[in-house]
Structure formats: structure tokens, C-alpha cells
Ligand binder design. Structure first.
Ligand SMILES: *[C@@H]1O[C@H](CO)[C@@H](O)[C@H](O)[C@H]1NC(C)=O
Ligand SMILES: *[C@@H]1O[C@H](CO)[C@@H](O)[C@H](O)[C@H]1NC(C)=O
Ligand SMILES: *[C@@H]1O[C@H](CO)[C@@H](O)[C@H](O)[C@H]1NC(C)=O
Ligand SMILES: *[C@@H]1O[C@H](CO)[C@@H](O)[C@H](O)[C@H]1NC(C)=O
Ligand SMILES: *[C@@H]1O[C@H](CO)[C@@H](O)[C@H](O)[C@H]1NC(C)=O
Ligand SMILES: [Zn+2]
Ligand SMILES: [Zn+2]
Length: 451
């Protein structure tokens, strides 16, 4: 009798379900680059022979119909998310003489309505992209008419006088979500290497000073913070360059690592590709993940020439501690959609299944990076999924040099660290090569003696 009670107790203990996670969802949409002239002048692609499908073209920025369908697939797939991240670059890739501030403001206003009508009761946390300013990229380090005009559109989500003043000063702000996650929305276009206005500055629009203060206060209040913006920190690879001026990338990285206890993740745009990286602290421990989302626009840059389909991103997270649980991308098959004259969306992959990890927290991403050092498959997948939304006939080749750069970029976000990582890798393989040559020489030598 006593024994069977014990057995039942043991069974109860071992079958007790773990406390279920309080799961929340976030949409991330970025880089619409709406070409309002798609039906006539095609300002985003006039030097290319583009076939004009109704949903867009791999050489061009998004027609309005594509912008609408991108938002539609979000509301159809998951209408009830906790919030939406919208990380800029709404204006087409055009020449300054074809645009002006009024026109850019009209584009921003139209897209604001598109998103707010689609998600009437859900907060949207927008940030500017480098193309949203006019002249393009040249965000000044002080208030200007675009900030004033845009605040009228976005204050429905900021809704706080102090933060509205921050927005008027430098287009940055912070808000708290209904699940107590703190959002810090930044204007990292102030740090972008194409911005001539801020090149020699230390702290344009006092954004770093403000960021430091908000992060310190978050630590005191035991809050968790999600950081969002357009131009990402770190090193882009292959190529091995930073989108930010060196002094800004360094200052940014220092702040992220210093306050890594409170930061659950960074979500940025600008790269038009699915990329991620990982901050490590001075002890080498993985501390903060950085995620870059693929773009709505299929427009391909003439040099990299990687055609990719339009995409939006769904993020799964833990409402209790803000930690990122999974990321999935949805993409439109552009050729098929144009052929069928109807939007054809597919889910491309999700990170947990794709990389065989339980979640996308820093320790899980560190495990993936660890595996990449001994196994080519996860690194090949990283390169494949960078344009997972690419049509099947597009492959992005990555040779040994490229692979080493990508691997180093994943957890070296500072350009000097990145370069010394590359040097270690190549001198490492140099030692291997020397060893192999010496061993072969010996084998040949003895083989010759024997025969
Ligand atoms: C701004 O650009 C739009 C579209 O290119 C044009 O129609 C409008 O006349 C321009 N406005 C000014 C003030 O230049
Ligand atoms: C923007 O709005 C603020 C507050 O209303 C005002 O003080 C400032 O002069 C405006 N700036 C511009 C460039 O319109
Ligand atoms: C703005 O905040 C106030 C006070 O917190 C609240 O009553 C109001 O409903 C909010 N407005 C919007 C548009 O969320
Ligand atoms: C893929 O191939 C098809 C058929 O040859 C072509 O129409 C399409 O433009 C290609 N896609 C890209 C991105 O090059
Ligand atoms: C992730 O992808 C796998 C394989 O495609 C699928 O079975 C799984 O349901 C996906 N998980 C989520 C959360 O979407
Ligand atoms: Zn862009
Ligand atoms: Zn951009």
C-alpha cells in the first residue's frame, strides 16, 4: 500500500508538466521602399529592363499592391500580435532630384495608414530608415521638418510628451509594452557611413547619452529591453565592413555589452537579408542577439545582384522575461504571384528547427556558432537562409574566404576584433598547411628510400 502511494507520487513528480511559457508574438516588417511610380516612370529601376509584374520585379522597388499584400499576409497569418516593429526605408531607391521632403512625408503617411488600418488595436513601433530622409541618408543631428511631420503620424503609438520631444530632437523614443517589455527605438541613421552630416561628431542628437540613461534606469527598475532601429551595428560579411562610422559602431557596441543584463535582443533592417549575430562580453560569454529582417522590397543591388522575394518576419518571444524563442520568415513567390496574378506566400524556415536549437537566445546562438567551426552545414545554411526568400534559381556562392568572413562576423561586431579573428583563422590554416606539407615531404622521402 505505502509503496504504491510512493510509486504514484513518483509518477506525478516525473510527469508534472513544466510551467508553460507565456508566449507572445511580434511582427517585424521592414524596407518597403514603395516605388509610387511603378506603373509609369519606375524611378527605382529605370536603367533596367524590368518585366512589369503586378506584384513587383526583382530589379525594382515595391509597387503599392505588394505593400498591401505584405501587410495582408501579416494580418491573415496572425492578426493578434503584441506589437509590430517597423524599421524604416519606406521611400524608394531614387535620385534626390526626383524626390523632396513633401513627397517622402506622403510616402510615410500612406504606409502609416496602411499599417494602422491593418492593426487598429495593436501598437506599432516605427523607426526611420536612411532612405526616409531627403536628401537621402543625410539625417541632421538636430530637429527638422520631417520629424515634426512624422510625429503627427506616429504619436498615436508614442503617446508620451517626454518621448515626443525626444522624437522631435533626434527621432528616438522609448515606450513600454502592455507586457512590460521596454522598447528602445533608435535613429541609427545618424551613425550611417553615407551620412555626411554627422561624420565627425561624437554623439549626434545626444542619442548615446540618452540611451545610456534609459538602459541604466531599466537596470534599476529590473526591466527587460528590446532595441530596434534601421542601420544595424556590427560587421557585414562577406565584405567585412561596418554600416556605421567606426567611432559610432564602437560606442554602440560598448553600450550594448555594458547593459547586456537588461537587453533581450536587437531587431534591425537595412540589410534586406536575413542575418543575425551575437554580442559576447569581455569574458567571451554570449550576451545579446542581433537580428536583421529580410525586406519587403525585392529590389536587388546591382553589385550583389542577389534576387530575393519580398518577405516579412514573425518573432515568438517569452512575455515573462522578453527572451526570443523563435523567428520565422514568410515570403512571396514573386514569379509565381505575377504569373497567377494572385499573391502566393510561403513560410521559408524557422530558426529553431533550421539550426536545431530550443530557442534563439544568446546561449543557443553560441551553440550554432560553435558547431559551424567543425561542421560546414550550419554555416552553409546561414548563407542559404540569408536569402531564404530567394527564388530557386538564385544561389549565393560563398568560397572559403567568404565563409571565414561570415563566421568571424557572427560574434565579432567590432572591426578590429573582426580583422584579428580573420587573421587568426588564416594563420591557423597556414599552420595546418605547413604541417601537411612537412608530413607529405617526410612520407615522400621515406617512400623514395624504401623503393
Ligand atoms: C515633390 O515631388 C513630387 C513628386 O516627385 C512632385 O510632384 C512635387 O511637385 C514636388 N514638390 C516640390 C515642392 O518640389
Ligand atoms: C517642431 O515642433 C516643435 C514643437 O511644436 C517646434 O518647437 C519646432 O520649432 C518645430 N520644428 C520645425 C522644424 O518645424
Ligand atoms: C495615451 O495615453 C493616455 C494616458 O496614459 C491614455 O488615456 C490614452 O488612451 C492614450 N492614447 C492612445 C492613442 O493610446
Ligand atoms: C529565375 O528564372 C526565371 C526563369 O528563367 C526568370 O524569369 C526570373 O527572373 C529568375 N529570377 C531571378 C531572381 O533572377
Ligand atoms: C518550424 O519549422 C518546422 C519545419 O518546417 C515546422 O514543423 C514547425 O511547425 C515550425 N515551427 C514553428 C513555430 O513555426
Ligand atoms: Zn532598404
Ligand atoms: Zn537602409
Amino acid at each position: 500500500m505505502g509503496r504504491s502511494v510512493l510509486v504514484v507520487l513518483w509518477i506525478l513528480v516525473f510527469t508534472r508538466p513544466c510551467k508553460p511559457k507565456n508566449v507572445g508574438w511580434i511582427w517585424h516588417v521592414t524596407d518597403f521602399h514603395w516605388d509610387f511610380t511603378y506603373d509609369d516612370r519606375r524611378l527605382s529601376c529605370r536603367e533596367y529592363q524590368a518585366d512589369s509584374g503586378p506584384f513587383g520585379d526583382f530589379w525594382c522597388d515595391s509597387p503599392w499592391r505588394l505593400c498591401q499584400e505584405a501587410v495582408n499576409i501579416m494580418t491573415l497569418t496572425k492578426p493578434k500580435v503584441d506589437f509590430v516593429l517597423w524599421t524604416g526605408d519606406n521611400v524608394l531607391h531614387g535620385k534626390d532630384e526626383d524626390l523632396n521632403l513633401t513627397r517622402n512625408n506622403e510616402i510615410l503617411t500612406r504606409l502609416t495608414s496602411l499599417l494602422s488600418d491593418a492593426f487598429p488595436d495593436i501598437p506599432i513601433y516605427p523607426t526611420f530608415g536612411n532612405h526616409d530622409y531627403w536628401p537621402t541618408d543625410q539625417f541632421p543631428a538636430h530637429g527638422n521638418t520631417l520629424y515634426n511631420l512624422t510625429l503627427e503620424n506616429w504619436k498615436q503609438w508614442i503617446n508620451d510628451t517626454v518621448q515626443e520631444n525626444n522624437f522631435l530632437k533626434g527621432a528616438y523614443y522609448t515606450v513600454k509594452t502592455q507586457h512590460d517589455l521596454r522598447i528602445i527605438a533608435l535613429n541609427t541613421n545618424l551613425y550611417y557611413t553615407s551620412n555626411k552630416m554627422t561624420k565627425d561628431m561624437k554623439d549626434p542628437a545626444d542619442q548615446f547619452q540618452w540611451l545610456e540613461l534609459v538602459l541604466s534606469e531599466a537596470a534599476t527598475k529590473k526591466e527587460k529591453v528590446l532595441v530596434t532601429g534601421h542601420v544595424p551595428p556590427g560587421i557585414y560579411a562577406p565584405g567585412g565592413f561596418s554600416w556605421m562610422y567606426k567611432q559610432f559602431n564602437e560606442a554602440f557596441n560598448d553600450l550594448m555589452i555594458k547593459h547586456s543584463d537588461v537587453i533581450v535582443g536587437l531587431h534591425f533592417g537595412h540589410s534586406h537579408a536575413d542575418l543575425w549575430s551575437l554580442y559576447r562580453n569581455s569574458a567571451g560569454e554570449p550576451v545579446v542577439p542581433v537580428f536583421m529582417a529580410p525586406s519587403v522590397t525585392p529590389w536587388r543591388y546591382k553589385i550583389s545582384a542577389s534576387g530575393h522575394n519580398p518577405a516579412v518576419r514573425l518573432i515568438k518571444y517569452d512575455r515573462d522575461d522578453g527572451s526570443p524563442l523563435d523567428i520565422s520568415n514568410y515570403y512571396m513567390d514573386l514569379d509565381l504571384s505575377n504569373k497567377n496574378n494572385r499573391p502566393e506566400w510561403q513560410i521559408s524556415y524557422n530558426m529553431t528547427t533550421g539550426y536545431d536549437i530550443p530557442d534563439v537566445t544568446p546561449s543557443s546562438l553560441a551553440r550554432v556558432i560553435g558547431r559551424m567551426k567543425t561542421n560546414m552545414v550550419p554555416l552553409q545554411n546561414y548563407n542559404k537562409w540569408r536569402f531564404a526568400n530567394a527564388p530557386a534559381n538564385v544561389t549565393v556562392p560563398c568560397d572559403d574566404k567568404c565563409s571565414q568572413e561570415v563566421l568571424c562576423s557572427l560574434d565579432h561586431l567590432d572591426i578590429d576584433d573582426f580583422n584579428s579573428c580573420l587573421q587568426n583563422v588564416s594563420s591557423g590554416s597556414g599552420i595546418w598547411l605547413d604541417t601537411i606539407i612537412i608530413v607529405c615531404t617526410f612520407i615522400l622521402y621515406f617512400f623514395k628510400i624504401e623503393s
